[in-house]
Design a protein around this ligand. Structure first.
Ligand SMILES: Nc1ncnc2c1ncn2[C@@H]1O[C@H](COP(=O)(O)OP(=O)(O)OP(=O)(O)O)[C@@H](O)[C@H]1O
Ligand SMILES: [Mg+2]
Length: 240
């Protein structure tokens, strides 16, 4: 049994359908990357999985239990956390307060403190800035905080929407390395990315186009297949 099983998932906005019935699974302990052009439906997918958007049809099972239909707090309690697109941190609160509030589902004060220490070990920059207002952090630091805040719910599945957007190539690599460490420490990860530099960290890769999945395979397979070039550069397959 896979940790996450998505079957024929459909959703959209108002009368506009976006996800056309997508199906995929993610194995416990793996990192799954979702690639796709702007408007493909990546954010719609993770927002729907996070309970931020309603499910129109299909089913999502997490650890064997149905979670589709739960609201966002219910999904967090089930063990799925989202670091949303646009790193929406609480600008008027300190770094530390952002992290503490991220743990709202938990009551174990000691465990929460341990998680804060863990976030600081992943992102030492955040510890240096723990009393600074989140709104005054750099873009990269806000990205770290958004990921750190999601970890504070102690999720079994961490979803990150656009981890590297707007970051320098070097900082993007740093963020990917930390995400890989979080994964090694036992958290299953779904990461939405347009930066193909994430590929070495991907056990599984999906490509999304117009609300459907056009590729679902191993990260290494994708690298060899040329599908990414086709998607992002519009190259047609070359005859051998
Ligand atoms: N709140 C909304 N209301 C109406 N349509 C929306 C809304 N949010 C997204 N859409 C539409 O849904 C489609 C998928 O958008 P989505 O944000 O999921 O794409 P994406 O793959 O995350 O793109 P990007 O890489 O630009 O973040 C797009 O056609 C978009 O215009
Ligand atoms: Mg998006």
């Amino acid at each position: 049994m896979s940790l996450l099983e998505v079957q024929e998932l459909r959703t959209g906005y108002g009368a506009l359908p976006v996800l056309q019935g997508i199906s995929f699974s993610v194995e416990e302990g793996e990192t799954c990357v979702i690639f796709g052009l702007n408007g493909a439906g990546k954010t719609t997918t993770v927002n729907c999985l996070a309970g931020v958007l309603p499910t129109w049809g299909g089913e999502v099972r997490f650890d064997g239990k149905k979670v589709s239909g739960k609201d966002a707090p219910g999904i967090v309690k089930a063990g799925i956390a989202l670091s949303p697109e646009g790193r929406r941190v609480w600008a008027g609160l300190t770094v530390l307060k952002n992290l503490e509030l991220g743990a709202w589902v938990r009551k174990d004060a000691k465990g929460i403190q341990a998680s804060i220490e863990q976030v600081f070990s992943y992102f030492p920059r955040l510890e240096e800035r723990k009393d600074q207002l989140a709104g005054t952090l750099s873009g990269g630091e806000q990205q770290m905080l958004a990921i750190g805040r999601a970890i504070m719910c102690k999720p079994r599945l961490l979803m990150i929407d656009e981890a590297s957007l707007g970051l320098s190539p070097k900082l993007a690599q740093t963020v990917f390395q930390v995400v890989s460490q979080i994964n090694d420490d036992g958290t299953t990860v779904i990461i939405v990315e347009q930066n193909v530099g994430v590929l070495p960290y991907a056990d599984q890769a999906l490509i999304m186009e117009k609300g459907t999945l056009t590729f679902d395979g191993r990260g290494a397979e994708l690298e060899a297949s040329g599908e990414l070039r086709k998607t992002y550069l519009g190259e047609s397959e070359q005859p051998a």
